[in-house]
Design a protein around this ligand. Structure first.
Ligand code: SF4
Length: 168
């Protein structure tokens, strides 16, 4: 199975969320994926003078790829820069490298904060990303769902109702 950027991002958010997503359990209407896809107004933040391509490669879908400058643009609705976002674009860079596209950087865009974060490929990242991939595969191959993490992020998670339905 090809992994997506979402698998990598969820790995860095909550292993239970990763497992639920990988096993096809999605919460309709409230899912993060749907929300991310509805960033219509927020994508106006992108520099319109640049040309973006939608790139689908090895199961990864990059919505805004500036092929001329080799820059991945990833728009996030979040109001803070999260390690999961950085990991997601690092995974994209890894996949591009594996397909012979080197020298790619990424720009995380946070319209709510009017902020941008440049993410660059660093020495040792191949080993780091491959370790994430191995761990993601190990988690999703488990026969049962990892335990609840019970953290503040649960309140904003699309699986909240699912996870807390039986909690008192
Ligand atoms: S509600 Fe919490 S425990 Fe459940 S998947 Fe989301 S983050 Fe993980």
């Amino acid at each position: 199975m090809n992994l997506t950027g979402t698998h990598i991002a969820y790995f860095h958010t909550c292993h239970r969320k990763l497992w639920l997503f990988a096993h096809g359990i999605q919460m309709e209407h409230t899912s993060d994926i749907v929300a991310e896809g509805k960033l219509i107004s927020e994508t106006t933040f992108l520099d319109r003078t640049r040309k973006y391509t939608e790139l689908a490669i090895d199961g990864v879908k990059i919505d805004f790829y500036d092929a001329k400058n080799k820059v991945i643009h990833e728009v996030k609705k979040s109001d803070k820069i999260e390690h999961a976002h950085i990991a997601q674009v690092k995974y994209y860079m890894y996949v591009l490298q594996k397909n012979g596209i080197d020298g790619v950087t990424a720009l995380l865009e946070y319209p709510k904060m009017r902020q941008r974060e440049i993410v660059e490929w660093e020495i040792g990242d191949v080993r780091v990303v491959e370790e994430w991939i191995a761990q993601v595969r190990q988690i999703i191959s488990q026969s049962s769902c990892p335990e609840l993490i019970k953290k503040p992020i649960c309140k904003k998670c699309s699986y909240f109702d699912f996870c807390y339905a039986t909690e008192s």
